[in-house]
Ligand binder design. Sequence first.
Ligand SMILES: Cc1ncc(COP(=O)(O)O)c(C=O)c1O
Length: 376
Amino acid sequence: MNSERIYLSPPHMSELELELITDAFKSNWIAPLGPHVDKFEDEISNYLNVNAACALSSGTAALHLALKVLGVKENDHVLCPSLTFAASANAILYEKAIPIFVDVSKKTWTIDPEQLSVAIKKYNPKALITVDIYGQSADYDVIIEICKQNNVIVIEDAAESLGSEYKDKKCGSFGSIGILSFNGNKIITTSGGGMLVSNNQELVDKARFLSTQAREPVIHYEHKELGYNYIMSNLLAAVGRGQLQVLDQRVSDRRKIFNNYADSLSHIEGIEFMEEAEYGRMNRWLTTLLIDPNKTGITNLDIIKALKNESIESRPVWKPMHMQPLFKDYPYVSMDRGDISRFLFENGLCLPSGSNLSVKDQGRVINIILSKLKSN
Ligand SMILES: Cc1ncc(COP(=O)(O)O)c(C=O)c1O
């Protein structure tokens, strides 16, 4: 029996990180500021083609500061797709604003523009957090136009979509502010970390000020505003710089893994892989698919269990926010004829997708799924 554990999306270091982190050690910049932080911000700005960036301790911190610097206040309504990770919505509650959840499109799994229009009419929101889920870009031309006409600020949660594209632009560069995550499970990682990016230098400067305890620029410690300790350390920025150099390779590796799974399983009736929208190019952060129990005779949970028995980690698709105990009493805008976010959660599956997953291990995953299907 082959019992080596396979993780869903583990870190994948190149050799460069060690060199850069050694440089940070040798120069004694073991601090939450330093040359690697500045360079990492510049390199991300160049990669995304945006004007400015602020490296932070997490993607969640970036979302929180995005809402703050854009002026979201207590009791403001903030829209957010229901199908996302809780961090997208938690940030809204940090500011005592009210999350309004919106259903996603069945085709793209990202916020449904039709439901977005309904939600805007009904709730007159101050802002929208879009989410490029599993590396699929939301449909920005349409969304930004709707929001512009209705004076709704757009924040792009690109935590899962670094390296993805919408038309000819990189994900993370849409909206007034974009946020990235370098958490350990993301396509590139600093172990933990995030970034706030924008074309508006003032917004980024304000975020940087708040992230360093809102210390006024005088010789003593003077504070007029509530601040946070959200800044990224120079050591972690060194790791991030090494990772960024191999990002395009990581995207290509994950896309290959997706293609291998899809080539091996998509011919089976009742198995449907998440489609890439025609307007974009996904980083395929996680390979996701739907299992129709009526056609296959098994459920997504049956597959997760079969993989777990062989020490392989897989997961259901994100449990939607409107189904979460914490958020269930907030409004949810969905089509009368069906709740897509719930459907994707109830039938969806995320397969191991780490860019360091060998072809042999991909084969292990595929064979377990095939034999589970056959045994039914
Ligand atoms: C969609 C989404 N938003 C926000 C976050 C939060 O990022 P972080 O873990 O860096 O705080 C994550 C991932 O963790 C995420 O998947």
